[in-house]
Structure formats: C-alpha cells, structure tokens
Design a protein around this ligand. Structure first.
Ligand SMILES: NC(=O)NCCC(=O)O
Length: 383
C-alpha cells in the first residue's frame, strides 16, 4: 500500500517555487497567517518526544475602548500508544503519559486552553460493535481517573483543559455518553457538555454505545474566554454551531475522530464556514493513525470483513471569524498546534458583516416550529 501523504502543505512546499508560495498560502488560508514565535526549547522538546509543533497568530485591529483579548489555544492530535489488545488500564495510562508530555510543551508555549481529540483515552472502537472491553473505557465525568488526571495538569500549568471522554453516568442507570469535560485553570471541574448528534454512517456505529446528548448548547465562561465544544459529527450540523454561538461562544472546539475516505473532502470546509457564519473561532482536531482490532467486522456494504477502520487523517487546524485559517497539522503524525488569537476579532467581524444582526432568527424559529409539527405541509407553490 502507498504511504499516506504527510500533508497538503508539505506537498505544495515541495513543488511550488518559493517566490509564489506566499501567494498560494494567502489564497488558501485567506490572508498572510504569521507563524508564532515559539521558544526553541519547545520545538526541541516536541522533536525529542516525537510530535510536530506548529504555531500561528490571528490578529485583530487595535480598538480605543477595549484592550486586546489575547488567548493561546492548543490543539492536540495523537495516535493511540498501545495495541488495542493491551489491558484497558494500560492503554489509558499510556495515553495519560503521552498527553501530559505534550501538554508540558503546550505550557512552554504559553497555551491557556488546550483541547484533546474525541474519546482521547481509548481506541475508536465503535466500528467493532462489540461491547467488551470498549465500554470499560467509560468513566465518570466528575471524578473518573481521567478527570482527576486533567485536574492535576490544569492546576500545574494554569491551563483550561477540554477533555473529551466516553462518559459513564452511573447516577442515570449507567448511561454512556460522548462527553467533553471542561476543567478550569484552577483545577476545578466547570462542567460537561455532551455530543448532540450521533453518526449513523459507515463504520461509525456509535449509536450502539451511547445516547444523543442532553446538555443543549452550553458555553463555559473561562478565565480566557467563552468556549463551547461541538463534538465530531456535530460539525455537519450548522444549527449546532449556531446555537453555541447564540449562547455566546467565542471559541468552539470540534474534537473529532474521522477517516479519509469518508470525510476528508468536508474537513477543511465545515469548521471554517462555521467560524465565518458565527463570527467566532473554531478549532478542529482529528486523531491520527490506523487502529487495528483483533476481531474482524463488516461494514454492511457487501465488502469483505476487515480489522481496521481506515486512516484517521489528523490535519487539525484553527479558523478565524474573518474566514482565515491556519495551516493543518500532519495527516500522519502526532502534533500540537498553538494558535494565538485576539478575541476582539469576533465582534469586529460581526460589526463588519452583521450575520447575527441580519440573521432573521424569529422568521426561522417560526418556520422551523411549523416544519416539526405532525401536520406540516411544505410551502410549495404548484402551477
Ligand atoms: N466520531 C464521529 O462522530 N465521526 C463521524 C464521522 C464524521 O463526522 O466525519
């Protein structure tokens, strides 16, 4: 099998003459995105620990009545560390160790808010449709071992942590959820927010494991800005992004697990469009690597049974409200993307384009209310 392409960026760098490359980046990313001046010690540490480090800055105009609101976010994408057949607790602790190594480098880069990939403590085993041992990865959002681990990290580095896990809710009949836990930079658990939309596409058999979220569109007022989490498949739902934004989110994280064949054509578009449409920053994170499972499974498409899901293509990136975006991380290796953003850009873009002001939400609220009634008749004019 041919080796996976490392990234579009590396390919363009290789083939486009240096003089024209800058213009290519401007057209591709919406404007000249400036690399961040990160400490060389951070690059060294990343290289020793075997992951890629990139940093970019999104600036805003200077205002007279508000100070800049500068925040640094960190997006982490990674492979699982042990084979999927290793004991559950060893798989979890190997990921804890790996992530704490990357978060340490994020701290060296001055990151204020870090977000991990979807279900980061486990392989993305939902393709198998088997319950054990995968449901054993589920843990309490409030006091599970992963939340405790993140609380220590958050306190140590004065960093807000967004930790997407498989949640076991033992108070409500051991219900499983796909949940992001928000941990304050003080180490306190601020709360949790659950995945609203569950995929029923390809091998994403997630509805066999957990329920559609019931936490609505919560926004968390952190010390560094108002954040929300739109988990993976929710990025295909424009109303999902909209409602986080209606509740005031300035940065919406999209921790994901998705594979090339299915969604790579959508990946650069949806979160970027959401940043534009909602006057906010969006942060898209995807895992990397191919995960193999002992027992074969079929995909219900007449093809042969197989042992893997396909290639998770990484390519994590940040989009800004003005439509610009950062380059993506690698398609094949672990990485940390640091983005410095001035949150004033959200209101500045809103004042320019007025998508909220011109949104006519009352008209849509009315029409959507009617469209969801049993007696709805589509508004079609016949000749
Ligand atoms: N994890 C997840 O929801 N994946 C669904 C596939 C996709 O949305 O690309």
């Amino acid at each position: 099998m041919a080796a996976e392409l490392v990234s579009l960026e590396k390919l363009l760098e290789k083939h486009i003459p240096a003089g024209e490359l800058r213009e290519v980046w401007r057209l591709l990313y919406g404007k000249d995105i400036s690399p961040l001046d990160l400490p060389s010690s951070a690059f060294q540490a990343a290289s020793i620990r075997g992951f890629e480090l990139q940093g970019y800055g999104f600036e805003a105009a200077v205002e007279q009545t508000r100070r800049p609101r500068i925040v640094r976010v960190g997006l982490i994408q990674n492979k699982i560390q042990l084979p999927t057949s290793a004991p559950v607790t060893e798989q979890i602790s190997s990921l804890h160790k790996h992530i704490s190594d990357i978060v340490e480098v994020a701290a060296m880069c001055g990151v204020n808010i870090v977000c991990f990939q979807e279900a980061w403590t486990m392989p993305f085993a939902f393709c198998t449709r088997e319950k054990l041992p995968w449901t054993e990865f589920a843990e309490s959002a409030e006091d599970g071992i992963t939340t405790k681990f993140c609380q220590e990290l958050a306190k140590k580095h004065n960093m807000v942590i967004v930790s997407p896990i498989l949640e076991r809710d033992s108070v409500h009949g051991d219900t499983l959820w796909n949940t992001a836990v928000i941990i304050s930079n003080t180490g306190a658990v601020m709360g949790k927010t659950r995945k609203n939309h569950i995929p029923r596409v390809g091998d994403f058999n997630e509805s066999s494991y957990y329920m559609e979220g019931n936490t609505g569109h919560r926004v968390f007022q952190t010390a560094f800005g108002r954040i929300a989490v739109n988990i993976c498949y929710g990025r295909h739902h424009p109303l999902n992004w909209l409602m986080y934004s209606v509740n005031g989110a300035e940065i919406i994280f999209n921790p994901s697990a998705t594979i090339g064949e299915l969604s790579e054509s959508l990946w650069p578009i949806e979160a970027r469009n959401a940043a534009i449409a909602n006057h906010c920053f969006t942060c898209s994170i995807n895992r990397v690597g191919t995960e193999h499972f002992k027992n074969e499974f079929t995909s219900g498409d007449g093809k042969k049974a197989h042992h893997d899901f396909g290639h998770f293509y990484g390519s994590s990136y940040v989009s800004a409200p003005d439509g610009s975006r950062s380059p993506g991380l690698s398609r094949v290796s672990d990485g940390l993307l640091v983005a410095e953003m001035d949150l004033n850009l959200c209101r500045q873009t809103s004042d320019k384009w007025n998508f909220k002001m011109t949104g006519r939400y009352e008209m849509y609220a009315d029409e959507l209310t009617k469209a969801t009634q049993m007696d709805f008749k589509p508004n079609i004019v016949q000749e």
